[in-house]
Design a protein. Structure first.
Lengths: 178, 219
């Protein structure tokens, strides 16, 4: 193929707002393989210089290693995403639990006319928790573990068939953080 | 950004996967159904072209790697959104391009002056025979492009690279950039005009068509 008329081709590209002239692709292929007319082509359209922007030239081994690293990195990102999603779900569960505590406290309020709440200091200093400001009468129930949580709150909800005791302290939040 | 700290070398012989013969579309459909093997095959096929594109956009291989990693991760996270009527390449390139554009935007504020690059290039080229094209290497062209393309908008730079360098059609570029073909042509026209003008202004020796020494090695 003879060398194309670069001046005419470039003028077309300069004037037609991005529309490429007929035969432009063929001319580019010619440009890549014909050193004889490169000077003229670059003078007509200097942006052809950027056809020499680097290509990634690696050995097959390097390419395989690159792909391998990429697979590992993507797999790690997917794992991290899964862990984050499960943490979000766990945080949701914690909010639900806190809401349940509040709901139970509200239920207790409605039933007794006031919260059955005390500070855990009582729990920590006494072997028997005092709830609602009144000592628990009768034989002392066994204490499995003492609490040294001065800001902890203890909620008690009594029903006909069962009694629920709940201990809440902000430090539990950190224990739940995975 | 998640960095890979350790990677063991793969075995020297690449293993063929069950997906080796599948088309890109079939691969993406399998990825959509949750196949991790299909994702691995997709990574095997697209890592090189995506790295090349992102390296050209960003001018930095490490940043390109980060963007490509996130691209594949986004492909996986958004796999349910892939519609089989779409071109797989266009969909993946679109994700990569958007990420690269975001990266460029976040980098703009910390972009330093390109003057040292220019001085370095002049030093290299000045020491060689005047206008000897054989001295102009790929990396130097990349440095010039990075310098000059800093004056382009992200979309102009993307349009120029995708159309002029990667050889995609105007329609494909329009789909990747989420705009009309006429807008792509506008971006191209403005990008070419800017690059041409700046090449002539800053590197007149190249814009004049270079010397004729060493034509075999030139370009």
């Amino acid at each position: 193929m003879s060398c194309p008329d670069w001046t005419a081709l470039a003028a077309h590209r300069h004037d037609r707002r991005g529309v490429e002239p007929d035969g432009w692709q063929t001319a580019l292929e010619h440009f890549d393989s014909c050193p004889a007319c490169r000077r003229e082509a670059l003078a007509a359209d200097p942006t052809l210089l950027f056809r020499r922007l680097p290509e990634i030239a690696r050995t097959p081994d390097d390419e395989e290693a690159e792909v391998h690293s990429m697979r590992q990195a993507v797999a790690a990102m997917r794992s991290a995403s899964r862990i984050e999603a499960s943490q979000r779900s766990f945080a949701g569960w914690r909010r639900w639990a806190a809401a349940a505590v509040l709901a139970l406290a509200a239920l207790s309020l409605g039933r007794d006319g006031g919260p059955t709440l005390d500070r855990a200091e009582a729990v920590a200093t006494s072997s028997v928790p005092e709830l609602g400001g009144q000592p628990v009468s009768g034989p002392k129930p066994p204490l499995h573990e003492g609490l040294d949580l001065p800001d902890a709150r203890v909620y008690q909800v009594d029903d006909e068939e069962f009694r629920v005791l709940m201990v809440y302290d902000e430090s539990f939040e950190t224990l739940l953080d995975v | 950004m998640l960095k890979l700290v350790h990677s063991s070398r793969p075995s020297s012989m690449p293993q063929r996967t069950p997906w080796a013969e599948a088309s890109d579309r079939d691969l993406l459909m399998a990825v959509r159904d949750g196949s991790e093997a299909a994702l691995d095959e997709l990574i095997g096929r697209k890592t090189k072209p995506l790295l090349q594109l992102c390296q050209r956009i960003l001018g930095d291989v490490e940043e390109a790697r980060d963007v490509v990693q996130v691209t594949f991760f986004k492909v996986w996270e958004n796999r349910h959104k892939f519609d089989q009527r779409w071109s797989p390449n266009t969909w993946i390139y679109r994700i990569a391009s958007n990420l690269a554009i975001d990266h460029l935007r976040s980098r703009k504020s910390r972009e330093r002056s390109h003057e040292p690059v220019r001085q370095h290039l002049r030093q290299i080229l000045g020491s060689a025979a005047e206008n000897d094209m054989s001295r102009l290497h790929h990396g130097e062209v990349a440095a010039i492009f990075r310098e000059l393309s800093a004056g382009l908008s992200e979309k102009q730079r993307m349009a120029f690279l995708l159309r002029e360098i990667e050889g995609l059609s105007s329609q494909e570029v329009a789909e990747i950039l989420s705009c009309r073909e006429s807008t792509v042509r506008n971006h191209l026209f403005n990008a070419r005009r800017h690059l041409r003008r700046e090449l002539v202004r800053r590197y007149p020796e190249y814009a004049a068509g270079f010397g004729s020494d060493g034509p075999e090695e030139a370009l």
